[in-house]
Design a binder for this molecule. Sequence first.
Ligand SMILES: NC(=O)c1ccc[n+]([C@@H]2O[C@H](COP(=O)([O-])OP(=O)(O)OC[C@H]3O[C@@H](n4cnc5c(N)ncnc54)[C@H](OP(=O)(O)O)[C@@H]3O)[C@@H](O)[C@H]2O)c1
Length: 223
Amino acid sequence: MKSVIITGAGSGLGKELALLFAGQGFHIILTGRTLEKLQSVEQEIHEAGGSAQSYTVDITQTKDISKLMTQLQNHELYGLINNAGVGHFGPVNSLSAHDIQEMFETNTLGTIYMTQAVLPLLKEKNEGLLMNIISTAGLKGKVNESVYVASKFAVRGFTESLQKELENTNIKVKAVYMGGMDTPFWDENDHIKDKSMLRSPKAVAAMILDHIEEDSIVIESKK
Ligand SMILES: NC(=O)c1ccc[n+]([C@@H]2O[C@H](COP(=O)([O-])OP(=O)(O)OC[C@H]3O[C@@H](n4cnc5c(N)ncnc54)[C@H](OP(=O)(O)O)[C@@H]3O)[C@@H](O)[C@H]2O)c1
């Protein structure tokens, strides 16, 4: 059974993508920092007749990633969905060094470390899927989102470059740019006042699968 790793799979979009990819017959490797959230998604997948397993991985820690890759040695690895991300919002001077580092270490470096770990295995088979969940923040600057946007522009540059680096292979590299979603992402800040105006992560996950053949998937915010 082909396996797909999803980072940040315990909530929001990662969870919904996990449920959908499991429904397509993939074994889902659910990763994130909080085991309970992953195990709850794992249970939902099992109840729906799918296959999944949970692994605690902090993508900012290369030792966690190395340990995961050792644990997955017997898997037929097909895909990686770099979905985990964090956001801190406000005027640029309101952001602490910790906020800035956390966004770059998670959104940008975590995505790069995970890709470096998985890509050699996809290359061995000359087949696979690398999907980077970016944001419309990877396409244009936004008020009170300067560093978040910077971290996502970096992922866009990384993704577009990998598309070129791998264009003569059967490894598909996808960039996904979506607008706001109603997820726990907004729980720790007051940047979005009314989450009910946002798309559900379930709807966005379904739209991603509908457009899976496109290299660059853009899902604008609901108007
Ligand atoms: N919500 C939006 O409006 C929106 C819009 C556009 C793009 N996005 C992007 O969509 C992606 C998914 O976000 P979401 O909205 O679904 O938010 P979410 O529910 O908060 O999901 C993010 C997940 O990332 C995990 N995570 C955070 N830091 C991590 C780390 N260092 N290592 C491993 N996992 C980590 C979190 O779990 P743990 O804390 O348990 O690790 C969480 O489950 C993010 O990349 C985000 O930037 C979101």
